[in-house]
Write a protein that binds this ligand. Structure first.
Ligand code: GLU
Length: 480
């Protein structure tokens, strides 16, 4: 047991999964797996006022979708459960009492009003250790009388708390900067500051991986580890993820929620791959990596101290790479919900639409507007036939469109290759450049000069009848 690496992801159920949280989970997972260790999920729900229905399910499903299978957790069990803090209430109280015995904590009966009266001219409250000096008898009497109380940590007034962080190096915090914070609230629930210590110890967590916001409060936790006589874990604090130089990635800007990315048409593997790179660079500078490649390459040397900036363009690019690497069948599966949002849905072969889009979008939500044009055929400006480089114009179109129509009409099977070969043969036979025939056909079939895919793909998608209909319509425009 002693030598097994055990990491934990300990989110609070807020109802959505922040990409920063996903990155923490990912590094916990990668670190554990890179060391043949265990990855544990613990739900930190001691703040009952912030309870959100269904929020734990969001955590389970996001981790599963992201490919981070936890070895222990509320819904999968394990030897050190329960893994939900609200179900561990009695455990915390027992340890808080033990900490009181050891001098690391004390009962506090101060009223809200008294605490308020401690507010200084800057509006800050700093508890004055008033209740630390109550006699044993008085404490007993007030407890027996059922007076409401909290349990506070007893931080030394002098001295320095020091530790080595695996990323940030030597950290030292003056105890005078720390407060006698509440460990057990008046409702009997622990605060994060207490529960994280008790649980990390009882769950045999060897490496605590979390955001830098905990870097300077960690000396408080170390005081408790030391008072209990428990071994401190290794601390690995991670740099924040920023939207830009000054702003953190946050739900407020609508760009931090894992589920939103998935609904915008990012594939979970690509998001996970991208966030892995926010703060970590593998030795070989790889970018596109599978989960097992990441496990193989992950090491703390490559984790940076500097804040990582979320680069939209790069994330989109990487997603596009994942889409391109899919088989047509895989792509159709993920693309279909987006194809369904287009006006074109139901009128074309889904697989043909998917093939057309696979290499042409970076995120799936671009699909509907990219294929809507198929259904927007109508009056257009015949000037579109004029293309200098292709050497095409309206009069050429008038001459070649009837030939194109005849060629297509004669085709016994209207497949990509048959359409392609027949149009090329037509160009050769009549002495035109391939581009002259193909450009003219493309405009006639779509009424557009920019389309994803050329004449052959457009004709194949439309099918023979609609292709001929559209050529007829285009000829009538030219002859007006
Ligand atoms: N519940 C804490 C959070 O969501 C966990 C911090 C930690 O990993 O210790 O920020």
């Amino acid at each position: 047991m002693e030598n097994i690496v055990r990491t934990r992801f300990a989110p609070s159920p807020t109802g959505f999964m922040h990409l920063g949280g996903m990155r923490t989970a990912l590094y916990c997972y990668l670190y554990a797996k890179a060391h043949n260790g265990k990855f544990v999920l613990r739900i930190e729900d001691t703040d009952q006022e912030r309870f959100v229905e269904g929020a734990t399910e969001v955590i389970y499903s996001s981790l599963k979708e992201g490919g981070m299978t936890y070895d222990e957790g509320p819904d999968v069990g394990g030897d050190y459960g329960p893994y939900v803090q609200s179900q561990r209430k009695d455990i915390y109280l027992k340890y808080a009492k033990e900490l009181i015995e050891k001098g690391g904590a004390y009962y506090c009966f101060c009223t809200k009003e008294r605490i308020e009266s401690l507010r200084d001219e800057n509006g800050n409250v700093r508890y004055d250790k008033h209740c630390l000096h109550l006699s044993k008898e008085e404490i007993e009497r007030r407890l027996a009388a059922g007076e409401p109380y909290v349990i506070r940590q007893n931080i030394p007034e002098h001295g320095v708390g020091e530790y080595e962080d695996a990323i940030y190096g030597h950290i030292s915090v003056d105890y005078s900067e720390l407060e006698d914070g509440v460990l057990i609230k008046s409702d009997g629930m622990p605060t994060y500051n207490f529960a994280n210590v008790v649980d990390d110890h009882l769950m045999h967590i060897t490496h605590v991986i979390r955001g830098t916001e905990y870097l300077s409060s960690t000396p408080k936790y170390n005081l408790m580890y030391d008072a209990f006589g428990w071994e401190r874990p290794v601390y690995i604090h991670l740099p924040p993820i920023m939207k830009d130089a000054t702003r953190k990635l946050s739900k407020r800007y609508g760009d931090a929620n894992f589920d939103d990315f998935v609904s915008k048409g990012y594939v979970p593997e690509a998001i996970i791959n991208y966030i892995a790179l926010l703060g970590w660079c593998p030795k070989d500078n790889s970018e596109k990596m599978t989960m097992s490649e990441m496990i193989e390459k992950f090491s703390l040397d490559g984790v940076s101290k500097s804040p990582a900036i979320f680069d939209d363009a790069k994330c989109r690019w990487l997603n596009g790479e994942y889409l391109k690497a899919m088989t047509d069948e895989e792509f159709l599966k993920v693309a279909l919900p987006f194809i369904k949002k287009s006006k074109a849905y139901g009128k074309y072969d889904d697989m043909l639409l998917a093939r057309l889009m696979k290499t042409r979008v970076e995120i799936l939500s671009e699909i509907p507007e990219k294929i809507d044009f198929l259904e927007e055929f109508g009056e257009y400006d015949p000037q579109l036939f004029c293309h200098k480089k292709m050497k095409t114009d309206e009069s050429l179109a008038k001459t070649v469109l009837p030939m194109i129509r005849e060629t297509l009409e004669k085709l016994p099977s209207f497949t990509h290759d048959a359409i392609h070969d027949s149009l090329i043969a037509l160009a050769t036979e009549k002495g035109y450049k391939n581009g002259q025939i193909l450009w003219t056909a493309r405009v006639a079939l779509t009424g557009k000069d920019v389309t994803p895919g050329g004449a052959v793909e457009m004709a194949e998608l439309l099918g023979k009848d609609r292709s001929l209909e559209r050529i007829d319509f285009s000829l009538s425009l030219l002859n007006k």
